[in-house]
Design a protein around this ligand. Structure first.
Ligand code: AMP
Length: 361
């Protein structure tokens, strides 16, 4: 049943796999349109549980719980790409799952994802397969140094990756990432990092938000700025890349494409595809006429997409770990919109909230 997009009435129930802040913000956007959400997550302290009509706290392989979940919802989507592809496939036999579970299988594996992008003729960093340690030497010979070793699966926010500098020891990097199947990527001397958050509806219509420039600290997104400082040609190219990927996947929902920008916007290299709403699109909640969360809900509900209009120059700052304590200061900043995710445990590197500011252009 995946891929079929029913047109839902506002009182319908949208099932969300994953209970993090993305699920929470999706559910809030859904509620504004009159939908109810049922969140399925194995974690009892899921931030999304607090804002929805129904919750299931069970493992992703609990088939009885999945059966009950499927019977309660009209469509299933996910807020997190590491939902096991088997879970999504199991549900797709019972209820429409959007985006299609096959997309998860591609985007969960960096090698499959890079090959998919390269096949579309879209540039990426040079990469090589390192499924076993015996393949490291050949990969190093092909890619050169410096290079980045990345686990094929379950990497995020810089986890599961190690940089091999000139003269560095690949065996150390292999141990650092836990000795799992990897890809080796050429280190990209990028000028800036950007992303395009795009929505595609079941009828094939696509709407991209403006290209966003992303600043990372310790591999974690810290600040997003819109619009990105790119020449017009690179802006158009970034949108074209995201649209091509969305179309090729026959995608329904919101996806984000992260890209590296080389000197003066002369070239864009795709780094990663996120088959979900994305942190670099949080600015849309306060900085645009429609948010990425509403666009995603509209798409999976079979509704038409909105044409996003940006309200000005926008800056989104993540509150990471202890920085959440700054929220009181932010409350007093004129024009600042504070979002807190309701997470009780503060851990270093954990995304606890964000703040958006919109400025006249
Ligand atoms: P990723 O998990 O692939 O999104 O990587 C997290 C961050 O690490 C990126 O946003 C970049 O800042 C950095 N990074 C990843 N891959 C490369 C690369 N091939 N060259 C340079 N920096 C990279």
């Amino acid at each position: 049943m995946s891929g079929a997009a029913p047109v839902l009435a506002p009182e319908a129930v949208i099932g969300i796999l994953g209970g993090g802040q993305l699920g929470r913000m999706l559910a809030l956007a859904a509620a504004r349109l009159g939908f109810k959400c049922h969140v399925y997550s194995p974690s009892p302290d899921s931030p999304a549980f607090e804002v929805v009509h129904r919750v299931t706290c069970a493992d992703y392989n609990d088939t009885e719980a999945l059966d009950r979940f499927a019977a309660d919802v009209d469509v299933v989507t996910y807020e997190f790409e590491n939902v096991p592809a088997d879970t999504a496939t199991f549900l797709a036999v019972r209820v429409p799952v959007l985006p299609d579970p096959q997309i998860l299988a591609t985007t969960q594996d960096r090698l499959a994802e890079k090959r998919f992008v390269a096949k579309l003729g879209i540039p990426t960093a040079a990469f090589a397969d390192v499924t076993a340690p015996g393949e490291l030497a050949a990969a190093m010979a092909k890619i050169g140094q410096p290079a980045v070793l990345k686990t094929r699966r379950y990497g995020y926010d810089g986890k599961g990756q190690a940089t091999i500098r000139n003269g560095g020891d690949p065996a150390t990097a292999w141990r650092e990432v836990g000795g799992q199947p990897c890809i080796l990527e050429a280190f990209v001397p990028f000028e800036r990092e950007v992303s395009v958050v795009a929505a595609r509806a079941h009828d094939g219509a696509i709407e991209c938000f403006d290209v966003t420039e992303n600043e990372h600290r310790d591999h974690i997104l810290k600040i997003s700025r819109v619009p990105a400082a790119l020449p017009e040609s690179a802006t158009q190219e970034a949108r074209r890349i995201a649209e091509t990927i969305a179309r090729q996947f026959n995608y329904v929902g919101v996806l984000a494409v992260e890209m590296f920008v080389l000197k003066n916007g002369s070239q864009l290299l795709v780094n990663e595809i996120a088959p979900r709403v994305h942190n670099s699109g949080h600015w849309t909640l306060d900085g645009a006429s429609v948010s990425q969360f509403e666009q995603h809900i509209r798409a999976v509900a079979g509704w038409p997409l909105a044409k996003p209009i940006r309200h000005g120059r926008v800056e989104m700052t993540n509150l990471i770990g202890n920085e959440v304590e700054d929220y009181r200061g932010w409350l007093g900043v004129p024009g600042a919109a504070v979002h807190l995710y309701g997470k009780t445990a503060v851990r270093p590197g954990r995304k606890m909230g964000h703040v958006t500011r919109v400025f006249a252009e």
